[in-house]
Design a protein around this ligand. Structure first.
Ligand code: CA
Length: 227
């Protein structure tokens, strides 16, 4: 069962999509504008977005770029027949797949299943990152330090995972805000610092005596295995 957001302004098509996706066992939400979609993608955990390219408020490519600014959720673009140019530009703008209208629910189901298989039911590739005694399972969203499981909040996990995938590299607060919060409007350095300090506590270390999570004054953070 996946959480799917349908972005479609045509009420008939929207209702048909919601019906078909619900039948397939997904939890479905539907909106009719790009702005509503962006709000939804920024606030809720989604497994998949089905995005109509012809929305009333924003052109499909712009909508997709903005969506990519707030989320890395898999996106299937739904487009009218013969719009190859827009398909190419939306794929370039970050769509994962596309489907040409009109399509059957079987066709849509096949595309969705293929995409969710590729993305492991979420936007995160199935991968394990190891750094010293720290082990981060990106697909399961689980982290352990030695033998103990770390009880991390969603943001703490995202922060840890992002840093762990770039070991030893100093990552700026700005980049972390973009990557973890995905929203330039919550761009407050304090937010990062607070989450980093919570994460640090859960890793059993302090800013004064870091083992894994290092603050680089005036720049950001880096995660590295203890020497
Ligand atoms: Ca439309």
């Amino acid at each position: 069962m996946s959480k799917v957001l349908v972005v479609e302004d045509d009420p008939v098509v929207q209702a048909a999509l919601v019906h078909a996706l619900t039948d397939l066992g997904h939890v479905v939400q539907a909106v009719g504008t790009a702005v509503a979609a962006l709000r939804e993608a920024g606030t809720s955990e989604l497994d998949l977005v089905i995005l109509d390219l012809g929305l009333p408020d924003l052109d499909g490519v712009a909508a997709l770029r903005m969506l990519r600014g707030v989320s890395n959720v898999p996106v299937i673009v739904a487009t009218a027949r013969g719009a190859e140019a827009s398909v190419v530009s939306t794929l370039n703008a970050g769509a994962d797949d596309y489907i040409v209208k009109p399509f059957s629910s079987e066709h849509l189901a096949a595309r969705i299943n293929a995409l969710l298989r590729r993305t492991g039911g979420s936007a995160i590739p199935s991968e394990v990152v190891e750094l010293g005694e720290l082990r981060i399972d990106l697909a399961q969203r689980a982290a352990t330090l030695g033998d103990s499981a770390l009880a991390l909040s969603r943001r703490e996990f995202d922060l840890l995972a992002y840093l762990a995938q770039r070991p030893g590299r100093v990552i700026s607060r700005r980049e972390l805000i973009q990557a973890v919060w995905g929203n330039p409007y919550v761009g407050d350095d304090k937010t990062i610092d607070v989450h980093a300090s919570w994460l640090r506590r859960k890793l059993g270390e302090t800013a004064a005596h870091p083992r894994y999570l290092h603050t680089v004054r005036g720049v950001g953070f880096k995660l590295a295995a203890p020497e």
